[in-house]
Design a protein around this ligand. Structure first.
Ligand SMILES: Cc1ncc(COP(=O)(O)O)c(C=O)c1O
Length: 384
């Protein structure tokens, strides 16, 4: 029996042709027609100038640097996220402030953010930037977040690594703030095996990020350097994969949503298992199908269900462990955290690939069902 994985690459068909063109023309480094075309096509799709990079983490790093983040600064980041949202803050010598989630979307709580910014303003030192993460394919509630930031003049970077294809009030994730980072990591909704994209409202910021991404090499014959750069550019081969993937993005969004809603419908009769909220303000791609499990009602713990699924040949994962619980950030200030902890403790991500077949999904559904309490069984009976 083949193992069903959490989220696997799903090629559309055209990728190989673009990659073969790169080989045929020997454009095998970090310059070439696929890179230029991928950036152009991404700009058309998203509506913002874009620079193709080696990873989403690199895009976050350059985005924060463009906002002027440096040693001694503070940057607000939601605590419920993947560590790559926070590490780039540390790369720049700045300190994160970790803020709790709200329940409607599991993303940054706008009220806590507004209170924090007001308190910092009273103290006379505002954070240098706010990172807003759109978790698991769902946008944060951007209007009150942007209003709070605008009040104090604090710029926002969207971490849209998990949210390509999502919308907020009809606008694409990644175009809601002046800067945004996307990821094409192997598990994402579309992939370049590994890669990322930084987009900005202001094209000159993208030009600067592109310059930094190639060791800030000056356009001269000799190797001349004025500024510090990085080796962060995407290769022309991987950009070819990205071009093919971008062509099927809309289909991938539809398929991921369908997977999530099929689980939701199949589990409607099970006690204590709920699809993560689908906030009313936009389209949630459900990049991952994420459920909240109430141990008492469901009949076994989240970790027991993960172990059971593993034994049945099904990969599942806990929701991101909040950053304020990580030893790496033990000394960092956090604001609230109880909501993120609760979402983490009961949160489980189920196989969500856009290529998941109906038969495979039925296997996952049966494996989950076999562990759940029967509908009329009393809640006190044998929980594991
Ligand atoms: C929320 C979030 N931010 C940033 C990243 C970093 O992207 P990458 O893996 O491409 O560096 C990821 C994904 O890995 C992510 O899930």
């Amino acid at each position: 029996m083949n193992r069903i994985l959490l989220s696997v690459p799903h090629m559309g068909g055209a990728e190989q042709r673009y990659v073969e063109e790169a080989f045929a023309t020997n454009w095998l480094s970090t310059v070439g027609p696929n890179i230029d075309a991928f950036e152009r096509e991404f700009e058309v799709k998203i509506g913002r100038p874009a620079v193709a990079l080696g990873s989403g983490t690199a895009a976050m790093h350059l985005g924060l640097r463009l906002l002027g983040v440096g040693p001694g600064d503070e940057v607000v980041v939601p605590t419920l996220t993947f560590v790559a949202s926070v590490n780039p803050v540390s790369y720049l010598g700045a300190t994160p402030i970790l803020v709790d989630s709200e329940r409607a979307s599991w993303n940054l709580d706008p009220e806590l953010l507004a209170e924090l910014l007001a308190a910092r303003a009273r103290r006379g030192k505002l954070p240098k930037a706010v990172v807003v993460v759109h978790l698991y394919g769902q946008t944060a509630d951007m209007d009150p977040i942007l209003a709070a930031c605008a009040r104090w003049g604090v710029p926002v970077l969207e971490d849209a690594a998990e949210a390509l294809g999502a919308t907020y009030k009809g606008r694409p994730a990644g175009t809601l703030a002046p800067l945004a980072a996307f990821s094409f990591n192997g598990n994402k909704i579309i992939t370049t095996t590994g890669g990322g994209m930084l987009v900005a409202e202001d094209r000159s910021l993208i030009d600067r990020a592109r310059y930094w991404s190639t060791q800030a090499r000056e356009p001269r014959l000799e190797y001349h350097h004025v500024d510090m750069g990085y080796n962060y550019r995407m290769s022309n081969v991987l950009a070819g994969i990205g071009r093919g993937q971008l062509e099927v993005l809309d289909e991938r969004v539809r398929a991921r949503r369908q997977v999530a809603f099929r689980y939701r419908d199949a589990f409607a009769e099970l006690p204590g298992l709920q699809l993560m909220p689908q906030a009313p303000w936009g389209v949630h791609t459900n990049w991952l199908s994420v459920f909240s499990l109430d141990e008492r009602a469901f009949g076994c713990s989240r970790d027991a269900l993960i172990a059971h699924l593993d034994a049945e040949g099904v990969e599942s994962r806990p929701v991101w462990k909040p950053m304020h619980l990580q030893p790496l950030f033990a000394s960092v200030e956090s604001v609230g955290g109880a909501v993120a902890e609760e979402l983490y403790r009961g949160g489980i991500c189920l196989p969500s690939s856009s290529s998941l077949t109906a038969e495979e999904q039925s296997r996952v559904i049966e494996a989950v069902r076999s562990k759940a309490r029967r509908r009329h069984e009393p809640a006190s009976a044998g929980s594991t």
